[in-house]
Design a protein around this ligand. Structure first.
Ligand code: PRP
Length: 215
């Protein structure tokens, strides 16, 4: 039997994914050892391999077939724009991609002013402002703590993930426009979907049943 390889986005999401997989009989004891520095884990019995990667790299591994399946946030899928099948919404890590800023920036958005937009997601921001809103903006790529940008005068608004809204509130910012809802998704390599049709579909069905029983 050929191995099916999973690329999981390192961190909270991988931990939650493994908890869900356990419920449908997919276990990987090796992976639970917090002291381990190993990068790849195998369940010989099931013929599954798992590895942890930086979230942004998960779609790349899946597109090239180095992983058959990836579990990653919709934000990363949209930003990376890779060729892959998005097959299942795991309904976890729910949050929203939004345009945020001080209340005073509302007007700038309404009037389609030439503003600066700071973000970790330049492709999502470009698509939203250029293709959906038809507003010309200057996009500034940052790597984290995006909320700082409008506070220190780098940009008028930001495009970022909002989960509880606490970071915005505590920094005097608010959601000005919502771009799209986000959650963790299962993505599949296009060739693997054909070659390993039966095993991958069984996995999707097991997840669907698990979620149906939860409701
Ligand atoms: C994310 C996001 C926001 C925050 C939103 O940042 O970029 O800053 O979480 O969460 P909240 O609405 O619950 O406050 P993350 O913690 O991933 O770190 P980052 O600033 O490095 O992007």
């Amino acid at each position: 039997m050929r191995y099916i390889t999973f690329a999981l986005a390192k961190g909270r999401l991988a931990k939650k994914t493994l908890e869900i997989f356990e419920k449908i009989g997919i276990t990987c004891e090796e992976m639970k050892d917090p002291t381990s520095r190993k990068l790849i884990f195998v369940n010989e019995e099931l013929g599954f391999k798992f590895f942890l990667a930086k979230a942004n790299d998960v779609p790349t591994y899946v597109e090239y077939g180095a992983a058959d399946i990836g579990i990653v946030g919709k934000d990363t899928i949209l930003e990376e724009g890779r060729s892959l099948y998005e097959v299942y919404d795991l309904q976890m890590g729910k949050c929203r991609m939004c345009v945020c800023g001080p209340e005073s920036a509302k007007e700038l958005l309404q009037h389609h002013d030439l503003i600066r937009v700071a973000t970790k997601y330049p492709n999502i921001a470009k698509d939203y402002f250029y293709n959906k809103k038809h507003q010309t903006v200057e996009i500034i790529k940052l790597n984290g703590s995006i909320e700082l940008a409008p506070i220190v005068g780098l940009s008028e608004v930001i495009v970022d993930i909002v989960e509880t809204g606490a970071t915005l509130r505590e920094n005097g910012l608010e959601v000005l426009e919502e771009i799209c809802p986000l959650s963790a998704r299962m993505v599949v390599n296009q060739v693997s979907m054909k070659m390993e049709h039966a095993r991958i579909n069984k996995l999707i069905d097991d997840l669907k049943n698990l979620y149906a029983n939860k409701e």
